[in-house]
Each structure stands twice: as C-alpha cells, then as structure tokens.
Design a protein around this ligand. Structure first.
Ligand SMILES: [Cu+2]
Length: 167
C-alpha cells in the first residue's frame, strides 16, 4: 500500500514538472511569423547573444530565396531592461548607423523605430537573459551581403552585428 502511494506521488510530481516546462517554453519563445507552412520547411540557424554585446555567429550563408528560421538565445544574468538582444536584418542600402540612431529610444516598439519599419527584412522581439526569440523569413532572391544587428541601445556600436551572405 505504501509503495502504491509513492508511485502515484511520483507520477503526479513528474506530470507537474512537465507542465511547468511546457509553460516556460511557451512564455519565452515568440514567433513573429504566422506562416506555419514556411516555418516547417525552414532551415534553422541558432544564434547566441551575450552580455559582451556580441552574436556568437557573425556570418550566415544562405541561398537566394530559401526560408530561414533564426533562433536567438540571450545568455547572462542581467535584467532585461538593461540587457536584451534582438536580431534585425536590414534591407540592402540601409545605413545601419542611422537606423540605430533612429531606433535608440524606441523601447515601446522593441527598438525598431516605427518610421524605420520599411528598412527591415526580418526582426525578432527582444530576448532577456535565458529567453529565446525567433523569426522565420524568406531570404532575398538577390545575392549580396545583408547586415544584421541587435538594435538594443549601444549594442550595434559595441559590435553586435553580422552579415547574411546570400549566394
Ligand atoms: Cu544586443
């Protein structure tokens, strides 16, 4: 009888943990696309954003027109208000420094100035320490180098940027 009680307890406990894990995943992942079909055949690229204000990968190679899923994880311990990261891919010809300057105070829109939305091919939301954000998008058909960056204030200036190389 005692053994049975323990079994039931263990089962309840592990079920509880599963639910918590699922909830955690649900709250820390945000997808800015609604195209589930595209997400299914997307190639996933995992990036890590650090408190040194760098991406761990600064060069991404891609084929023209392919579908990419960028998954960005922020690592560290600092509060999200002072340290968060996003992935913002700019259209060719956009001045990244000017884009950042314009977006510096745009906290309400995740540091993408509303009037600069047209400069962006794809962007994630902001990830604080331990959080993951992602975006699915179609790589431009035109070969070339496309700048991506983190638009959290000061991070681009510190070198939090990279290049999507389409060829
Ligand atoms: Cu950043």
């Amino acid at each position: 009888m005692k053994i049975m009680t323990i079994c039931v307890l263990t089962a309840t406990l592990s079920a509880g943990i599963d639910v918590r894990a699922a909830q955690l995943t649900g709250t820390t992942t945000s997808t800015t696309t609604t195209d589930k079909a595209a997400a299914g055949k997307a190639r996933t690229i995992e990036l890590i954003g650090t408190e040194k204000m760098k991406f761990d990968t600064e060069e991404i190679a891609a084929k023209p027109g392919e579908t990419l899923r960028i998954v960005l994880k922020a690592v560290g311990t600092m509060p999200k208000a002072v340290m968060a990261h996003n992935f913002v891919l700019l259209k060719p010809g956009v001045d990244a420094t000017e884009f950042n300057k314009a977006s510096f105070n745009a906290r309400a829109t995740d540091f993408i100035a509303p009037e600069r939305k047209d400069d962006v091919i794809a962007a994630t939301g902001l990830a604080g320490a331990g959080e993951t954000v992602e975006v699915v998008f179609k790589v431009p058909a035109k070969p070339g180098n496309y700048t991506f960056l983190c638009s959290f204030p000061g991070h681009f200036a510190m070198g939090m940027r990279g290049m999507l190389k389409v060829k």
